[in-house]
Structures are given as structure tokens and as C-alpha cells.
Ligand binder design. Structure first.
Ligand SMILES: [Zn+2]
Length: 315
């Protein structure tokens, strides 16, 4: 692809769908949702696009398939799923930091990287966008995009681990059901599992900066409390100006969102119209004290680093 690729890195339940869609209000920016999931949730499961159509019925994704592969029917989805399963894994992705000749399974890796290059070029072309925002978050996947030559710029979105874990423990129905599974639920994690993932994904997001990718960190809480300030920082990173009407809406903390063709993400990707932006601090009231103590202990180094706890007077 010729334009810029913004990669929202970190872990789920940190407000990445909101950030993706807010960026999508800027001219020339395509908020694509979680592109990593286009194969499984799009092509295989035919879930709903953010526009409300099934993936296979959405005209935008039809254009992407056309631009990228001359039509989705030319994609051997069984082969791509197999490649994804073997290449898009944490350890394999980390081997991409080696020089190409030293990489294990080089032919497979190269084949998958070529597919990714075509996909992202197709998204940019179909949207006629000069910036594509990918909210896939998983940092090792971003290493694949880097190895594919897509030059991702990393927007690392962090959130207080206690809010993240609280959110992962709620029961949330998926509103994008595949045929016959309309009531399936979003994934849930227990406390230790969720903390391990929080630490791993955020530490790996720091690695993206270490390997030389352009990087900026944004806290969900700051974005939600002062959307105009948070978005100005994000837009500066994109070298884009925010339109004045969007700045006004951000200052009022209520933005108008239209239809976005997001491929996966939080259920808020389907919301259209005037959307209020408010920090979600329910965990402060509703997270069980024992869980709160456990999460604080298990994620303490990052909570300090991001300024969520201080040495004197925690929080
Ligand atoms: Zn759509």
C-alpha cells in the first residue's frame, strides 16, 4: 500500500474501537477494525461488517476483495487459514526480527506476508484512503506487517489493568453472529489469565518501539476524559489535522459517527449517530476487592509505568 498504516497496539477492552472510529472521522482515514480477523470472522464465518451487512454482502469488502485479489473467490481460504495458523503465532512472529535468510519456514512466512500486502493495499484502494487504521492490537501481528514492508506506525493504547480485567469478566453478547449462532458471547478471561495477557501484550507493544517503529502511547482514560486533547495527539501522529467540526464535537464529548465498514471489534462498532464519550470507570465501584488487589499486584510494574498507581497513596 502507498499510504500510511496506523496500528493500534495493546490489548482488547481498552477503547480501541472507539479510537479507530474517531480517527475515521478525519478525511482520508479508513477505520478498518481488526484486519487480522478478516479471514476467520469475515471470509469463513461471514459475520457482520460494521455497516450491518454480512461480510459477503458488504459492497465495501467486495471492493477490497476485487482490488486485492481480483475477487475473494480467488483466495484459497483454507490455505490462508493454514498459513495464518502457522505464521501468525507469537514465536514465529518474533523470528521475523531475524534477517530473512535465518528465518525458519521462510517460504510459508513469505507467502503469508504477500497475502497481507495485497490485503492492506486492497483496503487502502477500496476506501480511497491515504491512512488505514488497523485496530488488531496484537503486537506480534504488527511484526508481521512490519516484515511485509507495510511500515506500521504504532499507536499504543493503554488502560488501567483493573478496568481491562473487569471488562473481560463481564458477559457480553456478540451482536455480529454467524448464521445460527446469534447469541454467542464475547470471550471471557479469569483474573490470572487476563493479567498475564495484559502484561504480555503491553510489554510486546513496547518492543515495537524498540525495533524502530514510530510509536506513541495514549491512555484510554485521558482520551475518554478529554477527547479533544487525546485526539489532537493521535492526529499529530498521523500528520493530519482534525476538522474543526470534529474538534467542537470532541470538546462537547459527543461525536457523530456514521457507518463504518469495520471487520471486527467491540460491539460499539455498530453504533451510529451522536455518541457520548465518557470514561467508563465502573470497575472502581463494581470490581470485587479481592480481584482488585490481585490485579494490582499482578500488573503493578505497568500500572506504575502508565501512572495508574503511585508509590504513595495507590491510584
Ligand atoms: Zn460494510
Amino acid at each position: 500500500m502507498t499510504g500510511e498504516l496506523i496500528f493500534i497496539a495493546g490489548w482488547g477492552r481498552s477503547g480501541s474501537t472507539l479510537l479507530d472510529r474517531l480517527l475515521g472521522r478525519v478525511d482520508g482515514v479508513m477505520p478498518a477494525g481488526e484486519l487480522r480477523e478478516v479471514w476467520e470472522r469475515g471470509l469463513v464465518q461471514d459475520r457482520l461488517c460494521g455497516c450491518g451487512e454480512r461480510f459477503s454482502d458488504c459492497a465495501f469488502w467486495g471492493k477490497v476483495g476485487e482490488a486485492a485479489f481480483g475477487g475473494w473467490e480467488h483466495v484459497d481460504i483454507a490455505r490462508v487459514s493454514e498459513l495464518r495458523a502457522s505464521v501468525d503465532r507469537p514465536w514465529t512472529a518474533l523470528t521475523l526480527l531475524l534477517p530473512p535468510r535465518l528465518r525458519p519456514r521462510r517460504a510459508q512466512v513469505d507467502e503469508y506476508l504477500a497475502v497481507l500486502r495485497d490485503l492492506y493495499a486492497g483496503v487502502a484502494a477500496a476506501a480511497n484512503a491515504d491512512v488505514v487504521v488497523d485496530s488488531s492490537k496484537i503486537p506480534t501481528y504488527c511484526l508481521l506487517l512490519r516484515a511485509a514492508g507495510l511500515r506500521p506506525r504504532v499507536l499504543h493504547l493503554v488502560r488501567d489493568a483493573r478496568g481491562v480485567v473487569f471488562s473481560w469478566q463481564k458477559t457480553v453478547a456478540r451482536p455480529d453472529g454467524a448464521e445460527g449462532t446469534e447469541t454467542d458471547l464475547m470471550l471471557r478471561y479469569g483474573t490470572a489469565e487476563a493479567c498475564a495477557r495484559y502484561v504480555t501484550y503491553n510489554v510486546l507493544a513496547h518492543l515495537l518501539r524498540v525495533v524502530g517503529l514510530p510509536y506513541v502511547r495514549l491512555r484510554y482514560e485521558d482520551l475518554a476524559a478529554q477527547p479533544a486533547v487525546g485526539m489532537a495527539a493521535a492526529a499529530g501522529f498521523l500528520s493530519k489535522r482534525l476538522p474543526p467540526e470534529l474538534m467542537d464535537e470532541l470538546r462537547r464529548a459527543e461525536v457523530k459517527l456514521g457507518v463504518d465498514h469495520t471487520v471486527d471489534g467491540n460491539p460499539m462498532r455498530f453504533e451510529v449517530g451522536a455518541i457520548p464519550i465518557r470514561p467508563d470507570g465502573r470497575w472502581r465501584r463494581d470490581l470485587a476487592p479481592r480481584t482488585r488487589i490481585a490485579v494490582t499486584a499482578l500488573t503493578a510494574p505497568l500500572l506504575f509505568r502508565y501512572g495508574y498507581v503511585r508509590l504513595r497513596g495507590a491510584r
